[in-house]
Write a protein that binds this ligand. Structure first.
Ligand SMILES: [Fe+2]
Ligand SMILES: [Fe+2]
Length: 446
């Protein structure tokens, strides 16, 4: 009987720290440079969200307990110490090595005190969490081989001191005085601008997007190239969403869980597009990548925390305008690529549409709750406003398409040559049988 009460309380310590790790990953995650590491970070954020979900579900199954109930201030001090690394590479070790290792040891210790039969569900959760952490550790080992780094001694020591104060996370901590607030709130931490490899940045003589806009409605080969590039650049959205989450500690956990999935999906859309381009031997350096924090103000100012109003507008624009507005052209592309015999490109469209359907639901669920944090947000007729913005965007895009048709379209003009080269490469590797017969389709909506 003596052991019964400790399990759920110990789970609350874990839930707080796993949620903190999720937040710290959002805080520093936009500093990864390599494509694959940006992808890995996005997956880790989603894995953390799922770890937190498992722990919260289990806690709430114990009578009288509530996930997110107050825990010791010492845990906040520990999490803040990890967050406040002097530089990014220290933060990576703080997250994936120091704090994660301490948690794995604590889970191991904890599982010995959890009854193997009566409380088997908790055992199962611990096993799942530890195996996720094992995968993250394997990733870190590889990352460190590519990016050797010695952790700053003082940073390491301060975390070690915090772990002593939290009994190495191996027994529940009594709640004395103030309870822990979320990691970062009582610090001076500020997110940095996203890091983008300079070799990815579009060179004007290589940017083909204006030609893709011009020919989108009339050329299925152009549409195929457009979607691969467009998806690749969606990684930008995932990077912006890390900030949406970090800057919204006032939103309930369920928002962060939905947005973690949304963000992971967008990073995978980036990978879908890029993998399709790689199928044709095209590299990100050939295609070019926009740094969205500079190009799309709708995603929010990268240098200051987003206000609730800015968050609302960013979420509104992505979900109600962009995601909602692209369904028709995506469905057309799916059917045309399938009819033309390019099943890989068709499949890419299909999975994206499945994800996007969920994203619009997330956005509709959360715009109202975000609006409650600023009385000047006019949420009442948001669907009506969205439909007006979409119509306006369509008018603007049609004009842009008209203008871009006036650009030089002859051999010798670098962007035109580049565009023709991409089409040619794709045609050679996977010709579309309906390249000539496919009728005109809808223009780009925005
Ligand atoms: Fe997407
Ligand atoms: Fe989406």
């Amino acid at each position: 009987m003596g052991k019964f009460p400790t399990a759920p309380y110990q789970s609350m310590t874990f839930e707080y720290l796993e949620r903190s790790l999720h937040r710290i990953m959002c805080a520093w995650g936009n500093q990864f440079l390599d494509w694959d590491d940006k992808q890995a970070l996005s997956r880790h954020v989603w894995e953390q969200a799922e770890i937190v979900r498992r722990l919260r579900n289990r806690i709430e199954q114990f009578p009288g307990l509530k996930a997110g109930a107050p825990v010791s201030k010492e845990l906040e001090i520990l999490a803040n110490t990890v967050l406040m690394a002097t530089d990014f590479e220290d933060a990576v070790n703080g997250i994936y090595q120091i704090l994660s290792n301490a948690l794995v040891l604590a889970y191991d210790h904890f599982s010995q005190s959890v009854h193997p039969i009566h409380d088997a569900p908790t055992h199962e959760i611990i096993q799942e969490i530890v195996s996720i952490k094992e995968l993250q550790r394997t990733w870190l080992r590889d990352y460190r081989r590519r990016n050797p780094h010695q952790t700053n001694q003082a940073y390491q020591q301060t975390i070690a001191d915090c772990l002593v104060n939290t009994k190495q996370l191996q027994s529940p901590l009594p709640l004395k005085g103030q309870a822990a607030e979320q990691v970062g709130l009582n610090t001076t931490f500020k997110m940095k601008e996203p890091r983008i490899d300079p070799s990815w940045v579009i060179r004007p003589d290589k940017e083909v997007m204006p030609h893709l806009i011009a020919d989108f409605a009339n050329n299925i080969e152009t549409r195929r190239l457009f979607w691969a590039i467009g998806y690749m650049r969606e990684l930008n959205l995932a990077i912006a969403q890390l900030k949406w989450m970090y800057d919204a500690p006032y939103m309930p956990w369920a928002f962060h869980h939905d947005e973690s999935r949304h963000m992971w999906d967008e990073s995978r859309h980036g990978d879908s597009g890029y993998s399709r381009l790689k199928d044709f031997g095209l590299k990100i350096q050939d295609i070019g990548f926009t740094n969205a924090s500079k190009t799309y103000p709708a995603l929010g100012d990268p240098t200051n925390p987003l206000t609730p109003k800015e968050l609302y507008e960013a979420v509104f624009f992505i979900g109600m305008v962009a995601e909602t507005g692209h369904f028709k052209v995506k469905r057309e592309a799916y059917a045309d690529f399938q009819a033309g015999g390019d099943m890989e490109s068709a499949e890419m469209m299909l999975f994206d549409m499945i994800d996007e359907t969920a994203h619009v639901q997330y956005v509709k669920r959360w715009l109202g709750p975000i609006a409650k944090h600023d009385s000047t947000i006019d949420h009442a007729n948001y669907e009506q406003r969205a439909s007006e913005v979409r119509s306006q965007k369509q008018v603007e895009k049609n004009l842009t398409a008209q203008e871009t048709r006036q650009l030089p379209r002859q051999t010798g003009d670098p962007p035109w040559d580049q565009y023709q080269h991409f089409l040619q490469v794709m045609r050679q590797i996977c010709p579309l049988s309906n390249a000539q017969s496919c009728p005109p389709r809808l223009p780009l909506p925005m």
